[in-house]
Design a protein around this ligand. Structure first.
Ligand code: GLC
Length: 430
């Protein structure tokens, strides 16, 4: 069993009695007020759960890529349609679990690159309703349950559709045709996929669109600008990720842990819970709750969100290891949420060796302390006066000392904070 017991990640809170002036929080380009307003829930959300559900979970192969990269034939890949049952699918449980994790939104695959729609599309016959024993729409009940709990709903949609007869790309080294040679055929595909977007838009009104696969064609070819305009006209508050060839609202680095602060104001790190997006029974390389929480704190400290992916099984159940991780994450958030939610990006690197966040009113600084440190922590370049330091979650007060502050010098001293001893650390455990 994975546990946090041996390796706590605890958080200190430092309350300032004046505003922080020397810490410049990263300022991105000025956006129109309307975009800023619509992005607010996203900026505050910090944590989302990504769900890769699809027929690839039947045999546990790479989602769509397994046939594209010729690990197996397209025919063999498609035999998985027969095994996708969803017989134990419980959207109430899914939504409860996501809520419990502390996430504020979820993003689910409505269609991956394999072209199998997870909802009731009328644009072609390739859906789990028409082709699998599941015979049901997964998205509709799931979004309903999320919304009942005040969670935002994101629709992942792959622009690529490697199974569609009118889509140019198919296998890694072979295409059906070139767009330049057959515009009529490409136009048929555009009508098809844009029809699916219209369906999803009307049926589910996503709060967030998570496009994928834009790299295979240009903005002009996809008609990215037109797509953005249509989606925004129908729902001016909808948020669009960056994978729409330049027509999105925020960046989506993938599996890429932040080393320095990304330039864009809004960004989201999407990351797998083991080494694969979809369920693969052989992949037991689970990240531990501790690893996920440290990555999460790091992303938030750099002003981003974490979109943590889970991959449910073909019967609709979520593997127990994934449930356990989400619950541990939830327990940690419950205790330390003050340092995550309602905060903004922390102080620039160099002041403190670890992730930090700042309360929105800039009167509290949160320091994330990894592992089982004890002794003294050091904080550099702090102009503000400290009124109080305590451990988040337990409230234990901590002493500090200012070293090297000379009365006549403007140079701020170094802050040394006495970390709690082991027994106090254990008070902050889950
Ligand atoms: C990649 C992959 C895809 C996965 C996505 C999630 O773009 O093509 O399989 O769904 O990343 O971010």
């Amino acid at each position: 069993m994975m546990t946090m017991k041996n390796k706590p990640l605890f958080v200190l809170i430092i309350i300032f009695n004046i505003l922080i002036t020397s810490f410049a929080v990263a300022q991105a380009k000025v956006e129109p007020e309307t975009i800023r307003e619509k992005m607010q829930w996203f900026a505050d959300a910090k944590l989302g759960i990504f769900i890769h559900t699809g027929i690839y979970s039947v045999n546990g192969v790479d989602e769509s890529w397994s046939f594209h990269n010729k690990k197996i034939s397209h025919k063999e890949y498609m035999t998985q349609l027969n095994g996708f049952t969803l017989k134990n699918y419980d959207p109430v449980f899914w939504a409860d679990l996501i809520k419990e994790s502390g996430a504020k939104y979820a993003v689910i695959t409505t269609k991956h690159h394999d072209g199998v729609a997870m909802y009731d599309t009328k644009m072609n016959g390739m859906s789990i309703l028409k082709q699998t024993p599941a015979k049901r729409d997964m998205i509709d009940p799931f979004f309903k349950e999320l919304r009942k709990r005040g969670l935002k709903c994101g629709a992942y949609f792959s622009l690529i559709d490697w199974s569609h007869y009118d889509y140019p790309g198919f296998l890694r080294d072979s295409a059906r045709y070139k767009i330049e040679d057959d515009y009529a055929r490409w136009n048929r595909f555009r009508t098809f996929f844009q029809g699916q977007l219209a369906e999803i838009d009307t049926k589910f009104k996503p709060d967030l669109w998570w496009f994928d696969g834009d790299w295979e064609h240009s903005a002009e070819q996809w008609e990215a600008e037109k797509i953005r305009n249509i989606l925004m006209t129908n729902n001016p508050n909808t948020i669009i990720n960056s994978r729409l060839q330049g027509y999105g609202d925020y960046e989506t680095p993938e599996q890429n842990f932040p080393v320095s602060r990304p330039k864009s104001e809004w960004w989201e790190l999407c990351m797998t819970i083991n080494d694969n997006w979809g369920f693969q029974h052989k992949d037991l390389n689970w990240k531990t709750p501790y690893e996920i929480i440290t990555i999460f704190a790091d992303a938030v400290s750099h002003g981003g969100n974490l979109l943590l992916d889970i991959g449910p099984k073909e019967d609709g159940t979520i593997p127990s290891e994934q449930i356990n991780i989400l619950k541990e994450l939830g327990a940690w958030n419950k205790k330390h949420g003050e340092a995550i939610f309602g905060t903004k990006a922390g102080i620039p690197q160099g002041h403190f060796y670890g992730p930090t966040t700042i309360s929105k009113d800039s009167t509290s600084l949160f320091l994330f302390v990894h592992g089982t440190n004890s002794g003294q922590l050091m904080l550099k370049g702090l102009d503000s006066k400290i009124s109080d330091i305590s451990v988040v979650g337990s409230g234990t007060k901590l002493n500090h000392k200012i070293v090297g502050k000379i009365s006549w010098s403007k140079v701020p001293g170094l802050v040394y904070i006495d970390l709690p001893k082991q027994n106090l650390i254990s008070m902050s455990l889950l």
